[in-house]
Ligand binder design. Sequence first.
Ligand code: MN
Length: 178
Amino acid sequence: MAKPIDRPIFTVQKHQASHLHFDFRLEIGGVLKSWAIPKRPSLDPRIKRLAVEVEDHDLAYADFEGVIEEGHYGAGPVLVWDRGWYEPVGGHGSLAAMWEAGVLDLLLHGRRLRGRFALIRMKGRPRQWLLMKQRDEEARPDREMKEEGETSVLTGRTIEELNRAAKAGKLDAYRCGL
Ligand code: MN
């Protein structure tokens, strides 16, 4: 995907590790700031999703889809559940300053996640944030993304298909840190 300058990227990877979760990653300061979200992100503005801050990833990881090998951290299949770019909204200064303040007000331009979202660090709960859809024309109150939310936006594959391909030796495994 060609990326014009000043369009920082975001990615969401569905990851079937020991627990299924969604890794939400934003390009900030040359790395992917990352959160693990135990439940699928929602387009319903009334729903707040817990997002636990995890380690930064390299930008190159944004499009990773495959199976992390047994014996490595996060072993299991990963698919690219959403991919796009985003822009900060509101007058909160630079992205780095928004990160420090723990208030990220974002306009997401993805395939599944579109429109305005807020990511807010909870007071007194280190590394715990909340991801919420904000009310706009992209909001979908009362509609959970279920069946339409299972596949890779890059390849159309499901977690089960990745697992089957890996077992059949038709998918390269991925070694973390290599
Ligand atoms: Mn993960």
